[in-house]
Ligand binder design. Sequence first.
Ligand code: FE
Length: 340
Amino acid sequence: MKYCIILLISLSSLISCQIKNSNEVNIYSQRHYEVDKIQYKNFEKLTGIKVNVIKAGADELLERLINEGKNSPADLFVTVDAGKLQKGVGVGVFQKIDNNIINSNVSNDLKDLNGYWIPITYRARLLVYSNDRVSKSDLSTYEDLANPKWRNRLLVRSSSNAYNQALMSSLYANLGKKAAIDWSTNVVANFARDPKGNDRDQVKAIAAGQGDIAIVNSYYIGLLLSSEKQSEVDAGKAVSIFFPNQGNNERGTHINISGFAMTKNAPNKENAIKLLEYLTGIEAQSTYVNNGYEYPANPNVLPSKIVQSWGGFKRDTLDLNALGFFRNEAIKVFDQTGWK
Ligand code: FE
């Protein structure tokens, strides 16, 4: 009898432990957008699987994965930069994701060729310009931002930001070292002010007359235009969108992805797969585009109305892993050319 009770207790604790493990998924997230909360709530409602999120910078989270090793509770790592995903692959903290549903949900040209990460959305790092002081015909390419005609007119955030580092990585990969250095030198000479603030602040600065054109991520314009603050709506309305490098012989506008990777020792792998199936599916993709204004990784979903109104564009088809491979070189270019 005594042994039976002990056996029963240990069996039930084993079962409850398994239930506990199988009913959650743990994410290390660098993303900082409200839409993610909606997504994880919806997934929890649908599946009963609890989504736990720990937020920090991408480098910090990768460091944590390295230090925790096999004991890491994390199942998934999500970031807004293919460069950081490539970095994670390089330090060996991920495992490949091989799942037909997920793979067929997302566009081939946004995928990791090696199968280590999955894109959920993408964004263009594009140009916005003052409706009052710039005409569309003045704009053409990223390269043209080095033109002296933009002296004291260009606004952009600091080079410590991953969005700018990814852009510079793309220029370095596409044009080579010398062109990247020359470009950065001349772009810095065109700054309207020392880099400060985030992407939204550059748009607000145009609206306030502190500069005429800015380099920003596409979705921030959608977020400004749909903001509850009238000042943000006004800032969004003061500018227009321009997709650079769209000419016939040009490579297209630089994009980056938001993407997930599975950690090497994911303790809740099945749940993580379920979450990725959900997030790349039609319902969640619509939630991303209509609340966060990024572009969908699933080609069967349309961007939000606001984003559609900008028209389509040609994307730079550079292997997105290059945004990681050239990262250190990009940072050196910034340091060498005085981009603060
Ligand atoms: Fe952002």
